[in-house]
Design a protein around this ligand. Sequence first.
Ligand SMILES: Cc1cc2nc3c(=O)[nH]c(=O)nc-3n(C[C@H](O)[C@H](O)[C@H](O)COP(=O)(O)OP(=O)(O)OC[C@H]3O[C@@H](n4cnc5c(N)ncnc54)[C@H](O)[C@@H]3O)c2cc1C
Length: 594
Amino acid sequence: MSFELLKRAGGGGGGGHAPEDPSADIENVDVQHYLGWIWVAFVGVFTLYQLVFHLIRYIRTVVCLNNDTQRYFSTPHVLFANFRKHCLDAPLFKTRHHREFKLSSAINIGTLPSRLQTFMLVGYFGTNVGLAVWKVDFGKDYSVVAGEIRNRTGVMAVINMIPLFLLAGRNNPIIKLTQISFDTMNLIHRWFGRIVVLEALTHTFAWVAYKVHTVGWSAVQAAITNKKSDFIWTGLMGTVAFTFLLIQSPSAIRHAFYESFLIGHIIGAAIAVAGVWIHLNNRHQQQMVYGVVALWVMERSWRLLRILIRNVGKGGTKADVEVLPGDALRVTVRMARPWTFRPGQHAYLTIPSVGLHTNHPFSLAWSEEEEDLNITNMTADEKGLPMNRQDILEKRKTSMSFIVRRRTGFTEKLYKKADLSAAGRFTCNAFVEGPYGGEDLSSYGTVMLWAAGIGITHQVPHVRELVAGYANGTVATRRLTLVWIIQSPEHLEWIRTWMTHILSMPRRREILKILLFVTRPRSTKEIHSPSSSVQMFPGRPNIQALIDQEMQEGIGAACVSTCGTGALSDDLRKAIRQRETNWNVDFREESFSW
Ligand SMILES: Cc1cc2nc3c(=O)[nH]c(=O)nc-3n(C[C@H](O)[C@H](O)[C@H](O)COP(=O)(O)OP(=O)(O)OC[C@H]3O[C@@H](n4cnc5c(N)ncnc54)[C@H](O)[C@@H]3O)c2cc1C
């Protein structure tokens, strides 16, 4: 066997091995290709799916602009409806998907993946197990088998590091191509991580088994402590770092100590990559580690660049933080260079004076064009020349607002600072990174938006966009229902000014209905419906009844979107799936968590 081939295919792990079958090294190269093609196929299928549906939505919008019945679009294609009901929208078993398993109110130990997610993850896991032993002849000598397993799993662990690192980034291009949410990307990232750890451990144990079988335990110790070679101890360092990452990342730890988890995770990942990099010195597989590092550096640089572009210069980004009733804050940011606001976007907020470098995701709930106060009363520029319309538009600044619910970390500190400030508000420097996400619901004849508590921040921009689109004749939407479940009427204050604006928009009575459910009213006097299109009820909604009503009275294709608790998502999914074979309805969920 040529040494070059051995190096190319991952052989030679540890030196001094029994002769191995040269074809085993070629098979390892094949395994890398198979895994690579599986990812390409996965991304390709989902990208194609998105493209087709993008086209369908576009055509539907155009043909429905002047169509008030949209009957053709209200019934689903039988085959697709069944696929949606039993696979795409299905929970793993009966109902549960987003509702967390909790040991106590503070300890969250995770959620169950959906049926499609489970199918994909178990499929990929099974493929990895299959490929790890593919064409390994277990009838051969113990040391040969151990050597082959060692090389195979080593090669597989390294190649799986590429998607592992790619999917960890919030700017990963696969989100754009496939429209798979960052939340799901995180789930896949966690499973790839588990697979890499298992492969790294198998690689290490197969090496130990080989050494012990051929030379004895003393050889294991000698190889690890060998000062003349970095090969073994750096490999061991990589495996130990990967195992540490597995141990420190269960849901309970992630959710309870997010910042500590994140710092530990980044340091652990850097040590693992450094270990594997040196371990693979002069080996072909090192190129894959270059790829991993390049992906990481590109993602971080892109994030930094976006932060600099949006926030540096032109007076920087300022945030007005204001206390609201019901343990919440309104944070209004005026960015140095704002982006075009779209419903469904979120951004990461950093306020150094409160949370140092930490950044937290919040949904963009509202945007407003504000004229720069310094020029509001000016009609001439500094040189005394009259300002034209373009000059004035350029001087306008877009402000964007978040509603932030008080939790126990950064949001708690921010709340306390605002609460102690004069009039319950203060202004500070901030950095906003974004935008991420964005959704267009204009192709649906019927849109039903559900929110629980702070989840309303995700839905308010859709309401404004669709009511405006209806009045302008630029959307297919003819029926829009917002269902908001809150614990107390004081939560209405979070969006009162924005709702007042929406309720005064032209033709909003023709399209918008708002149902408010107050689960813990202090007295029945608090519950009163301002009008027939804005109704307030005590208690929880009957989800199935509301979904059925929407199905009967709805127009054309429908979309039900939810943002709030996991339990609400699960109950809605259940109610929708009961009707999915008779109703052309898309279900979209945002969980504010990963
Ligand atoms: C896409 C998205 C949009 C969101 N939009 C809103 C919104 O509009 N309004 C709102 O009030 N909340 C929103 N959240 C939730 C918000 O990000 C967290 O409540 C906030 O980061 C908690 O900060 P904390 O330090 O006070 O949290 P803690 O009290 O320490 O933890 C509370 C929870 O927040 C999670 N969390 C903490 N820090 C982060 C972080 N940096 N990134 C992600 N999760 C974190 C923890 O895992 C834990 O589950 C959104 C979350 C996501 C993922």
